[in-house]
Design a protein around this ligand. Structure first.
Ligand code: ADP
Ligand code: MG
Length: 173
């Protein structure tokens, strides 16, 4: 089901922008939160996660969890980082890890999370990262769409907009 909540649209112009935006969002994060990171390969999902993790006080280098189901990092909050790009990752998370993960403490960030949307609670922040179309250059710009789905994040909609502050583009659509 596609979320119908209002979206916040932002534009970042560098890796640092995307990390800073993610860092601002991490300041709003609470244990039990779920974020779905959606976007093509190279759009910036892992980059976003790195900024998010740093803001939680995680000093460890965050990389894509390619060979493990979920990586766990300890900061102000526990961070669970998943990537369900590959079919075997999807089936593994659906067969084994998901209920336990959703029950555990901390924040969950799932790259390609839209692939398992139907198995997730309807209560998450969707972070959509897209390249700018018709853009031969500069290649470092990304549109970042924030869609709060369900009560947890909708209650923080104003804070979300404030967190995206300097990168906001136009009114929510
Ligand atoms: P994904 O996890 O979505 O596949 P990554 O975060 O691994 O993407 O890679 C994003 C790539 O795009 C990196 O090489 C990064 O340096 C580059 N990049 C350029 N501009 C941006 C930006 N504004 N935000 C995020 N990444 C960017
Ligand atoms: Mg990635």
């Amino acid at each position: 089901m596609r979320p119908d909540a209002p979206m916040i649209r932002a534009r970042t112009r560098s890796v640092e922008d995307t990390k800073s935006l993610a860092a601002n969002l991490a300041e709003l994060a609470e244990s039990g939160d779920l974020l779905l990171l959606v976007g093509d390969l190279g759009a910036g999902k892992t980059t976003f996660t790195q900024g998010f993790a740093a803001s939680l006080g995680i000093s460890e280098q965050v990389t894509s969890p390619t060979f493990t189901l979920a990586r766990e990092y300890h900061g102000r909050l526990l961070l669970h980082h998943l990537d369900v790009f590959r079919l075997d990752q999807i089936s593994e998370v659906l067969d084994l890890g998901l209920p336990e993960l959703l029950d555990s403490d901390g924040v969950i960030l799932i790259e390609w999370g839209d692939a398992i949307r139907q198995a997730l609670p309807n209560d998450y922040l969707e972070v959509g990262l897209t390249f700018i179309e018709d853009q031969p250059s500069p290649p470092n710009e990304r549109i970042v769409m924030l869609t709060p789905v369900g009560p947890r994040w909708q209650a923080r909609a104003d804070d979300l907009a404030a967190a995206a502050g300097q990168w906001l583009e136009g009114p929510p659509c």
